[in-house]
Structures are given as C-alpha cells and as structure tokens.
Design a protein around this ligand. Structure first.
Ligand SMILES: [Mg+2]
Length: 259
C-alpha cells in the first residue's frame, strides 16, 4: 500500500515537472537562440577578423579605376540621391528586374539553375555614410578604411528584390570589383545586413583588368558552371557591359564612375 502511494506520488510529481518543462522549454530555447544570435552578430566577432586570416588586412594594390568626371563627385552624388529622379530611376530598374524574373519563370518553369548577378557598392551596399563623413571625392585609401568597418547599410529596394528573387528560386550571386583582401569584411557586412546569397565573386588582389572586362569574364565563367543569368544588376555601365546575361538593369549613381 505504501509503495503504491509512493509510485502514484512520483508519477504525479513527474507529470507536474513535465508540464512545467513544456511551458518553460520554448522560453529557454528562445533565450538560448537570442543569446547565440547575438553572439553570431556581435560586432567584434565580425568586424575585426582574425589577424591570422590571409585575406583580412588592408593594403592590397588599388584594383579599380574610379574617377569623378563632370557631373560625378561626392557632392553631386549625395545631392542626386535625394532627388525624386534618383528614386524613380532606382525603382524603375528594380521593377524591370522583377518583370524579367517573372517572365523567365513563366517561359521556363522547369529551369532550376537560374541566377541573378548583383554588384555590391551602390547597388546593394550604400556607401553614402562614407562620402558624408570624408566630404571629398572617392579615394581608394579612404574607401578601404570605410570598407574595413563593414558598416555599409543596405539599399532597401535592392535587398527586398534579392530576397524576393531568392524566394522564387533564383541563385543570388554577387560580383564585385572589391578585391579578395576585402572578402572577410565584405562577408561580415552582408551577414550584419542579413543578406542571404549563394555566391560572392571578387577581383583578385593583383587583377588590373577594367571592371567591364573582369565582370564579363566572371559572368562567362558562372554560365559555364551551368547557371542561366536572367538579370544582371549594377550601378555602373561597366557592371553590365559584355553580355552573359539575358537582361541588365542599371541603377543610378553620380558619386563616382568606374571604368
Ligand atoms: Mg557598384
């Protein structure tokens, strides 16, 4: 009799504990996730890459020819980005990119290897805080310091488009003139901005090809890997020149000009 009472009591206690755990467990899991997410996005962990990483330090040769011909410059670019024309041009290009994607899916519902190629600077990553801060036209030395902070915010319209396209099954592949020695900080910036993507092609540290040639050759390589590039999007004509994409969309930018 005494044993039965103890067993019943024990079962009751276990049920009670189980009930408590069931109500507490989701909270514990949420707290653990929040802590681990915070750790994963901790600025120190992302922005200051390990000194032992070969790609982590600034100082590679200047890889790109960036200039400010008439109509381009930090003042012109910052002012232009405040105008309705800038927004209209930006939105129109993004909308058009979306239409290309929708039409491609309709015409090729079974194509699995479809891809979007996107540039980074002034296409997805917004460097206006850098230009506002330095108050002068583009110089590689200043720009490099800014990039190594991994603090560029998203241009929201592009971020939303890329997220939408990825949800439709497009691979999102970034193709940037940033050199390989910026890979760690560039990845850190993209993670901080919560950008999901499938590939990141960068310029070799000693690669001096014009952007148009370098980018067209990488797109050719990407297509030879089996991808169909449906839309290529960038803020420079040199992002779009040279083919290897069904459509190109040019975003507005008067901050600088890349050959
Ligand atoms: Mg760009």
């Amino acid at each position: 009799m005494r044993i039965t009472v103890v067993v019943l009591y024990r079962e009751k206690a276990l049920k009670s504990l189980n009930k408590k755990l069931n109500s507490v467990l989701p909270v514990l899991v949420a707290v653990a996730f929040a802590i681990s997410s915070k750790a994963a996005f901790a600025e120190d962990a992302l922005v200051h890459p390990s000194a032992s990483h070969p790609n982590a330090t600034p100082g590679a040769p200047v890889p790109v020819k960036v200039s400010t011909p008439g109509g381009f410059g930090h003042k012109e670019g910052l002012e232009f980005a405040k105008t309705p024309e800038y927004k209209q041009e930006f939105d129109k290009a993004i909308e058009s990119a979306k239409v290309h994607c929708v039409n491609f899916i309709k015409a090729n519902p079974n194509t699995l290897n479809k891809a979007i190629i996107s540039d980074l600077d002034e296409t997805l990553l917004d460097n206006r805080p850098y230009f506002q801060d330095v108050k002068k036209d583009f110089t590689w030395a200043d720009f490099e310091k800014w990039v190594f902070k991994a603090k560029a915010p998203n241009l929201p319209a592009t971020a939303e488009f890329l997220k939408w396209a990825r949800d439709q099954g497009f691979a999102i592949i970034f193709l940037t003139g940033r050199p390989e020695n910026m890979r760690v900080v560039t990845t850190a910036n993209l993670i901080k901005n919560k950008i999901a993507y499938d590939g990141l092609f960068m310029r070799g540290d000693t690669d001096k090809r014009p952007a148009s040639k370098f980018k067209a050759e990488v797109r050719k390589k990407i297509e030879s890997m089996g991808f169909k590039i449906v839309v290529n999007i960038g803020d420079q004509d040199s992002d779009l020149a040279g083919g290897f994409a069904l459509a190109g969309e040019k975003l507005p930018n008067k901050l600088y000009f890349v050959q």
